[in-house]
Design a protein around this ligand. Sequence first.
Ligand SMILES: *[C@@H]1O[C@H](CO)[C@@H](O)[C@H](O)[C@H]1NC(C)=O
Ligand SMILES: *[C@@H]1O[C@H](CO)[C@@H](O)[C@H](O)[C@H]1NC(C)=O
Ligand SMILES: *[C@@H]1O[C@H](CO)[C@@H](O)[C@H](O)[C@H]1NC(C)=O
Ligand SMILES: *[C@@H]1O[C@H](CO)[C@@H](O)[C@H](O)[C@H]1NC(C)=O
Ligand SMILES: *[C@@H]1O[C@H](CO)[C@@H](O)[C@H](O)[C@H]1NC(C)=O
Ligand SMILES: *[C@@H]1O[C@H](CO)[C@@H](O)[C@H](O)[C@H]1NC(C)=O
Length: 296
Amino acid sequence: MWSFQRSLIAMVSICSTLLSTPAAQNTAYTSCSGEAKYSPGSSFEANLKLLLNFLSSNATKNNGFYNATAGQGSTEVAYGLSHCRSDFSSDICQTCVSEATKDILTQCPKFKQAVIWYEECFVRYSNRSIVAINNETLGWHFGNPSSVKTDAGFKQVLDSTLSDLVTRASNVTLSHSKFNIRFATESVKYGAQTLYGLAQCTPDLSGNDCGHCLRKAIRFLPQCCDRKQGGRVVLYSCHFRYEVYPFFNIKDSAPSPPSTLSSLQKHKGIYHNETDLSRGGSSKSSGGHMSPLNFS
Ligand SMILES: *[C@@H]1O[C@H](CO)[C@@H](O)[C@H](O)[C@H]1NC(C)=O
Ligand SMILES: *[C@@H]1O[C@H](CO)[C@@H](O)[C@H](O)[C@H]1NC(C)=O
Ligand SMILES: *[C@@H]1O[C@H](CO)[C@@H](O)[C@H](O)[C@H]1NC(C)=O
Ligand SMILES: *[C@@H]1O[C@H](CO)[C@@H](O)[C@H](O)[C@H]1NC(C)=O
Ligand SMILES: *[C@@H]1O[C@H](CO)[C@@H](O)[C@H](O)[C@H]1NC(C)=O
Ligand SMILES: *[C@@H]1O[C@H](CO)[C@@H](O)[C@H](O)[C@H]1NC(C)=O
């Protein structure tokens, strides 16, 4: 049973830290929680290590979403999941999850609940079941330091782009797959600028939960990103990002490398929507290849 006081304590004990992992040349956020810690040599520790191994060795299955459980009984079981951003190749997904499953142990030592987020993936574990539960807890948000110079039209374009992303990410259906991919990207040209957006939910959510989660995430915008050229809001079960430069992987010309997640190759067209408002708002769904760009 969770009393109000207990949940307050849990909230206070959540620590969010910014750390950098030289190996991945990447920035990660972590959140470690749970009042009681596990002790060294406990069955929870053994189960957690087993769990992280399962996640790492199965990271690229189901289009980059994997959930697993380690242990039996009621109190020492470790539950976890890993999720890659759907526009990255399975090689990148694998590297990220491998790194994350190592880092989470050093960043959240002895915590019974933790999550570590990278650009390419996140890994989360708990001593309670977490799969198929829409968790709209705020992980972190971050506004691009640059502000929009002239705000004319920007907010309107941003609002409609985000709303379109929510609808599309929530409605993706892949009948052959155990889990739907809940992912959408968008580029909207307006005037001389282009706005790029991406939204994703964990695929264990229903379409409705995904929509609910993303709409909640959007409500955090004023806190991080008012008049900002870019922003990210990450909740436990969903996240979105927008920028005025391309930050996700979509290329029309390059052939897909064999390492690309196979379902994405088959279904690539449905994830990206390209609109040119300066040409009267005509929209088309672009069948771009999802292949890694070189981010530096
Ligand atoms: C999970 O761990 C917390 C302590 O962090 C404990 O209070 C709770 O009972 C545990 N839940 C389960 C299902 O084991
Ligand atoms: C994938 O995880 C399962 C349990 O979730 C485990 O039994 C299996 O060994 C893992 N697969 C590989 C290739 O390690
Ligand atoms: C992942 O979660 C689903 C839905 O709860 C469950 O059916 C499945 O057994 C889980 N997979 C693993 C490897 O634990
Ligand atoms: C969301 O996850 C956090 C961390 O595991 C947990 O404290 C919280 O109770 C969860 N909320 C829901 C609604 O499951
Ligand atoms: C693409 O985006 C535009 C602008 O946000 C929207 O009006 C249109 O309905 C979208 N098209 C599809 C296929 O989702
Ligand atoms: C799915 O799409 C329909 C029609 O475009 C929209 O009304 C609905 O809100 C979308 N679902 C969610 C969960 O956003």
